[in-house]
Design a protein. Structure first.
Lengths: 108, 369
C-alpha cells in the first residue's frame, strides 16, 4: 500500500515493545491521551484489544470510535497498522509452503 | 404470547440448571443446548406451579404450545434489547446471525451489543438466512463494503473465511453441508485452529476425522488439511509434506491474487523480552504459480536460514577457495622461512645442512682446481 504514512511504516517495521500508544498510526496526541485515560497506555494494550476483537475490522473500528472518538481515517490507519504488525510479528504457524522461496540467494 | 409471568426462555443456562436442581430434576448432558434445559424446566417446574392455577389439560396444551413457541420466543425478547442478554446469549444470538463473536468481556460487550442492534435493524439482514456462502462471507462482505482499502478486504475475508470454515466445520458437518468450505492451507493460522479447538469439546478432532470419512466427495485436499490441523498442532515441520503437493489445487479457491499473500511465514523465532515472537514474514515467490508482490524490503533472515543458505550456496566457488588457501599457506611458509632466527626445525636444519654441503661442495670444487 503506497498510501501508508511514515508512522505506519515505522511501527510495522519492528516489534512494538514498550512503545506508547501514540506510536500507532492514526493515533495522535489527542487520541493518545484519551486512550491513556481509559487505561490503554501502551501500544500493546491496544493490540490486546485488537486481538480480543479477533482482528475484526468493523468491531475494532467501532471500539476505537467508542473509546477515543477516532474518525474514519484514523480508525482505518490504526487498524491497518495493527493488522500489518500482526501479520509480520504475531506468530502464525503457517504451513511451510515457502520452501520454494529459497530459490534465490540469501541476499536479495 | 406466554401466559406465564416468567418466561423461562429468558433465563440463562446456569439459572435454568439451578432451577432444575432445586426442583430435583435430573439434568441433561452437560453439552445440551439451552433449549433442552428450557423444555425440562417447563415440563417439570411449570407444571408444578401451574397446577395451582389451572387444570392439567390446559397445562399440557399450554406447555406444548410453549415448547413450540420457545424457539421463536427465545429470539424475540433477545432481539429487541441486546443489553439484557447475558454474555452467552449475546454470543449465541450473534452466531445465529452468522457473526462469530470473540470473547465477550467488559471492553467488547458494548461493541457486540451495538453490532447485534445493527443486525436487528434491517428487515432482511444480509447475514441472515441465505446460503451457506452468504453466511461464510458475511463478515468479509461487510468489511469490503465498509473499508475502502484494497488489501484489507481480501486479508480479512480470507481470515474470516478460515474462521468460519473452522468453526462451521463441525456443526455443518452434522447437516452434511460440504459445499461451501473454503480453506487455504497456506493461509491457515494456528491461532485459528486453537480457537476452533478450544470451544469444541474433545470430540472435536474425532468429529473432524469422522467428517473426513463421511464426506468423501468433498475436495480431496480437505482431509489432508483436517488431518494436518488436528494431528499437527505443535510440530509444524511435517505440514509441508502434506501440503506441498496440493498447493496447486488452492489456486482455484483463491478469489483473486491477493496483495496480502504475505500470510506465509516460517516458524523460526527468536525470543524477545516482550514475549512476542518476532519473525519477519516473507511473501511467497512464485510458489504454486502465484504472483507475488513484495510489500516490504526483505530483512536478513534468521541465523538458521543463513546457515542453511551458506551450506547450499557458496558465493565463492570451491576451487577458488582451495587455491586461495594454498597461496596463503605458501606465503606464510615463506615468511616463516625468511625469519633469521628460525627455531630448531628439522627442515631448517636439513636445509642448512644441504646448503652447507652445497657450499662446501662449491668451495671444494673451487678449491680443487
Amino acid at each position: 500500500m503506497s498510501s501508508t504514512s511514515q508512522k505506519h511504516k515505522e511501527f510495522v517495521a519492528e516489534p512494538m515493545g514498550e512503545k506508547l500508544v501514540n506510536a500507532l498510526a492514526g493515533i495522535g496526541e489527542v487520541l493518545g491521551k484519551r486512550l491513556e485515560e481509559k487505561g490503554f497506555d501502551k501500544a500493546y494494550v491496544v493490540l490486546g484489544q485488537f486481538l480480543v476483537l479477533k482482528k475484526d475490522e468493523e468491531l475494532f473500528r467501532d471500539w476505537l470510535k467508542d473509546t477515543c472518538g477516532a474518525n474514519v481515517k484514523q480508525q482505518g490507519d490504526c487498524y491497518g497498522c495493527l493488522r500489518e504488525w500482526c501479520d509480520s510479528f504475531l506468530l502464525f504457524q503457517f504451513v511451510l509452503c515457502q520452501r520454494k522461496t529459497y530459490q534465490h540467494g540469501p541476499f536479495i | 404470547m406466554p401466559v406465564f409471568v416468567e418466561d423461562p426462555a429468558q433465563f440463562s443456562k446456569p439459572r435454568l440448571k439451578s432451577e432444575l436442581i432445586a426442583h430435583n430434576v435430573t439434568l441433561p448432558a452437560v453439552e445440551s443446548k439451552k433449549q433442552v434445559y428450557v423444555e425440562l424446566y417447563l415440563k417439570h417446574i411449570v407444571q408444578k406451579s401451574a397446577a395451582d392455577f389451572s387444570s392439567d389439560e390446559e397445562d399440557d396444551d399450554v406447555v406444548e404450545v410453549q415448547d413450540s413457541q420457545d424457539f421463536e420466543e427465545e429470539k424475540d425478547p433477545e432481539m429487541l434489547d441486546p443489553s439484557v442478554l447475558t454474555d452467552e446469549e449475546l454470543k449465541t444470538t450473534l452466531l445465529k446471525y452468522g457473526v462469530e463473536a470473540g470473547p465477550i468481556v467488559a471492553t467488547t460487550r458494548s461493541i457486540y451489543e451495538r453490532k447485534l442492534q445493527r443486525l436487528l435493524k434491517p428487515a432482511q439482514p444480509r447475514q441472515n438466512g441465505g446460503t451457506g456462502d452468504a453466511d461464510q462471507y458475511s463478515d468479509s462482505e461487510g468489511d469490503e463494503e465498509s473499508v475502502s482499502q484494497q488489501g484489507s478486504p481480501e486479508t480479512v475475508s480470507l481470515m474470516e473465511e478460515n474462521l468460519h470454515v473452522d468453526i462451521r466445520m463441525v456443526p455443518q458437518s452434522w447437516n452434511n453441508k460440504n459445499t461451501e468450505y473454503r480453506y487455504h492451507q497456506c493461509f491457515m493460522p494456528l491461532s485459528r485452529m486453537f480457537e476452533s479447538r478450544i470451544p469444541l469439546s474433545s470430540s472435536g478432532p474425532e468429529i473432524k476425522r469422522g467428517n473426513n470419512r463421511s464426506n468423501n466427495q468433498g475436495p480431496r485436499p480437505r482431509p489432508y488439511w483436517q488431518e494436518v490441523a488436528t494431528v499437527d498442532k505443535y510440530t509444524m515441520t511435517n505440514r509441508s509434506l502434506f501440503v506441498t503437493p496440493k498447493t496447486s489445487l488452492f489456486k482455484r479457491q483463491i478469489k483473486e491474487p491477493v496483495t496480502d499473500v504475505l500470510m506465509e511465514m516460517f516458524p523460526e523465532t527468536e525470543p524477545t523480552p516482550t514475549g512476542i515472537a518476532a519473525t519477519r514474514r516473507r511473501p511467497i515467490k512464485g510458489a504454486a504459480g502465484r504472483p507475488v508482490q513484495f510489500k516490504y524490503p526483505d530483512l536478513p533472515a534468521s541465523p538458521m536460514t543463513l546457515q542453511r543458505w551458506a551450506v547450499e550456496h557458496r558465493l565463492v566457488p570451491l576451487w577458488v577457495q582451495i587455491l586461495v588457501f594454498f597461496i596463503v599457506a605458501c606465503l606464510l611458509y615463506l615468511i616463516y622461512a625468511a625469519m633469521e632466527d628460525s627455531l630448531a626445525n628439522p627442515f631448517v636444519t636439513l636445509l642448512d645442512n644441504l646448503s652447507m654441503e652445497t657450499e662446501t661442495e662449491g668451495l671444494s670444487l673451487q678449491a680443487e682446481p
